[in-house]
Design a protein around this ligand. Structure first.
Ligand code: NSP
Length: 225
């Protein structure tokens, strides 16, 4: 198995804990409390704005035309295509633009995005790609598994659009170039450097888990709602 594909196995415990998190499972079953999803939606909107900036940082580290084009495409896929589902649910909840603008990123949200941006500022291109790799890969994996697990009730599920977005081929296609790109970029890395890359990946899977936990508890700071 290639280096990039083997990374999931290195973080398998927290990866699976993320899939089995009540936020994810209740979303799949359609039983997730709407207030929890609303909290998630607004925090995730702010998250995606910061996440997109990591691709901009990655572009400053790339020279290859294909890499620059892929980074540009995933930035658009995030800010235009992925954001569509956020705008759809904002409309569903009747959330105004003013309300969206008044929302503050939670302490954990700021911690997560600050970590990925710090890596994108200090690290090289592969470290920058690997810090955002779990963001795309876990959502794709969870989306597909939820669609399969809850297929009998999907039509009546309020979260159907969310599941369709992340289980869909457009989302998967937006990041599937990551695997080969990472494998090429690690070709001449030492064991120590590979370990660092692996650690960055695992931390981001852990951050993803904590994002579900934060949303489930509607946790803005150190106090749980
Ligand atoms: C927190 C988080 N992580 C990942 C994704 C998928 N881009 C997301 N929307 N939000």
């Amino acid at each position: 198995m290639s280096f990039s594909r083997s990374l999931k196995q290195k973080a398998i415990k927290v990866w699976e804990d993320g899939y089995n998190h009540p936020f994810v499972q209740e979303l799949g079953a359609g039983t997730l409390h709407k207030e929890k999803f609303k909290f998630y939606l607004l925090q995730d909107y702010l998250y995606l704005l910061e996440y997109a900036k990591v691709f901009a940082m990655a572009m400053t580290k790339a020279d290859d035309e294909k890499m620059l084009s892929n980074l540009s495409s995933i930035t658009k896929a995030t800010l235009v295509d992925e954001m569509k589902v956020h705008h759809l649910y904002m409309k569903e909840f009747g959330i105004s633009e003013e309300e969206v603008k008044s929302v503050k990123a939670s302490l954990f949200n700021r911690t997560y995005t600050a970590n990925m941006q710090a890596i994108s500022l200090k690290g090289d291109l592969v470290e920058t790609l690997v810090t955002v790799f779990p963001c795309a890969w876990t959502y794709c994996d969870y989306g597909k598994r939820l669609k399969e697990q809850y297929k009998d009730n999907l039509e009546d599920n309020f979260y159907k659009s969310w599941i369709e977005t992340y289980s869909g081929s457009d989302f998967e296609n937006s990041f599937e170039w990551f695997y080969d790109a990472i494998d090429e970029l690690v070709e001449n890395k030492s064991d120590k450097e590979l370990q660092k890359i692996e650690d960055i990946f695992i931390s981001s899977v852990e951050f993803e888990y904590m994002f579900w936990e934060m949303a489930y508890n509607k946790q803005m700071s150190y106090i749980k709602d």
